[in-house]
Structure formats: C-alpha cells, structure tokens
Design a protein around this ligand. Sequence first.
Ligand code: ZN
Ligand code: ZN
Length: 412
Amino acid sequence: MEQQRLETYMDRYAELIVRIGLNLQQGQSLFVNANLDSAPFARKVVRKAYEAGARQVYVDWNDETVTRIKYECAPDEAFTEYPLWKSKGLEEFMEQGGAYLQIYAPNPELLKGIPSGRVSAANKTAAEANKGFRSYLYKGSNVWAMASVPTPAWAAKVFPELDPEAAAMELWDKIFRVNRIYEEDPVAAWEAHLAALQSRVDLLNAKRYRALHYRGPGTDLRVELPEGHVWFGGSNPTTAGVRFLPNLPTEEVFTLPRKDGVHGTVKGTLPLNYSGTMIEGFSLTFRDGRIVDYSAEKGLEALTSLIEMDEGSHYLGEVALVPHRSPISDLGVIFYNTLFDENASCHLAIGNAYPYTLKDGTGMTPEELDRHGANRSLAHVDFMMGSAGLDIDGETADGSLEPLFRQGNWAL
Ligand code: ZN
Ligand code: ZN
C-alpha cells in the first residue's frame, strides 16, 4: 500500500470511528486515550471529531516506554497509589455527558520479566481508582468506543517474520479489512452487518434459553442464563437513545451468565494479553459459578492475579457467541489484542456483568443485581474459548436441548 492510499483509508477509518462508533453529537466533547505510537492516527480522529461538531477534544497520551521505565525503576509504593485527580477528572467529564474513545494498541510483551506483584498491585489500584469512571461505561449513559491501530511493537508480535514497515502495513491491511474500510460504502456495509447481528439477537431473545452447554476439546461446561437476561450485539443505544458501537470491529452477540450457575471446565483457545503479560494454554474449572481450580502453561501468575483481584473475579460476567467462520478468524491471524481475538472466537469474561444485559438492570442496586444473579467485580476480562471443535446446545424452558453451534458455527 503506498502512503497516499494508506492516508485515505486511515481517514475513512477515523471517520467511521467518530460517526458510527461514537456517533458524536453536535456540541459534545470527546476524550481520547491514545498510545503515543498512534499519534498520526489519533490526530486524524481529533480532526474528524471537530468536523462532526465536537466542542472540545482532549487527548491523553500514554507512552509505553515511560510505563516500562516506571515498572523497572519506581519504588513499590508507586504501584499502590493512583493519581485521583486523573480518575476524578475523567469521571467528571463522563458525568457531563462526554464521549470516550480508547485507541487500544498495547504491546503484548510490554511487561515481560516485570515482577508480577508490581503488575497485579498496579492493576488493582487502577481498577479501584477508575471504578466511578467505568460505571459510566457499564450503565449505558455515555457513548464510548474502542478501536486499534498498528504500533511497531504490536505489529512485530503479530508478524515477527516481516520487517517493521512491512509488519505495520500488513496489520493496517487486516484492520481495514475487518472494519470494512475497503468496501465502497463502509457505512452501508456496517449497517448491513449490524442488521444481521440484530436478527441473531432477536432470535436468541425469543428463545429464552435456561442454559448453554459447551462441549469441545478440553471444555465441558454448563452455563445457566438468569431469568431476564437480554442478548445484545452490534450497536447499543444509550439510556437517552443514541446508538453507538463500542467495539470496532465487532462480531459478537452476548449476554450475562447466572453468577452461581456455571459448572464444569473450560479451556482457553487463544493466548490472552492481560495488561502486558501473555497467558497461554489455560483452563478454568467452576463449581456453582466459582472458579475452584485453574492452570496455565504460560502466565500462571498473571492469571492468579486476575482471579484474585476481588471476590467477583472468581466468577463470570459475560457469555459471548462468535462463529468460528467470521471475517476476523478467516484471516487466520492471532492478534494478541483482545479487541480482535474476542471477535474471532466464542468467549466468556471473568468479572463484572454489564447491568444492561439484565432486564431493568441499569436501575438496580448492587443488592438487587446480586439477587438476580449478575456478577459484580472490578475486573472484566474476556477470554477466548471458541474453536472449530466447539459444539453448543441451548437448553429450553422445558429442559430439552437444541443445537445452537456445531463445529464452531451457528446451527440455529
Ligand atoms: Zn465480549
Ligand atoms: Zn467483555
């Protein structure tokens, strides 16, 4: 791809994020969190946002080299304190109705070799400090979106055989492809895709399954769905009715599991990048919803720190269905970036359930959410467990089973 074409597609992608992802409204302000290596693209987003009528666009740059230096050199106390002025400021921004965009492109190997105690302390401290901010993402009051662009470190991990420039180009090509940027009319292509996801959602909501049964290599799992569970996919409406698309790309339909209704064992099928550490070849065993046993070939300490973050991180909060044949999995690339890998594979999330996936859930108190089986946690981490060998049955109200997935794909 020559430079000029790259620029054209980057512009289209930036526009798609602002118009379809965030659906930014006239006079609304936008907060962008971006990796410093993504600056040329982030600046395009800023321009598109103002063109769409943004009042203010703020960019918070994160420099992964500085992050790495901190993990290597800072005293231990630096990992158990958090700049509250920062989390409070962001919370205030959301309270005033702002839009939030994360340009998510972490280096999968950033924290390789860093003592895991530092990483888990920092994760927990940040999760607690940002609880108020994150509640705005969970309750559906604000528009927000996540999208990714290549960085040298990420591209090198995905395409280690290529030189840096070729690797970045190859990754751009994949990102444009799965985001339908090459289509003659990307917005129309997205509308058609979102309509297809919506018809799956409508079908599943009509089914009212009591439980899903998963069977695959290393997996034998029964996941109960609470009464009042609601399936979602594609774009979400805010509580004020503004449709936005939180993930670009997105291929999933999802709801919440019954917190205490998960039984059996599940095997992770793709590596999981958990804040800078890779977790691979892992397995989780559940009894009455709780993780009672687990193992990992790589990254066991990181997995432990995730599960031990709080009480709720011993339970699941999301059930998502993605066919094995999807535009992303058809590329045959492991992205080491959950935004892409979760949309190439059926997945589950450890931790918090989105209250809106439960009927009337956004208005419920924490106690009411508990009573309805919705998990609560500081963590929400998707992990991939789909494969060509995965079968799923849906259990109907009368207890009979019907095929939902066969050999990794929709059978319904
Ligand atoms: Zn998901
Ligand atoms: Zn999730």
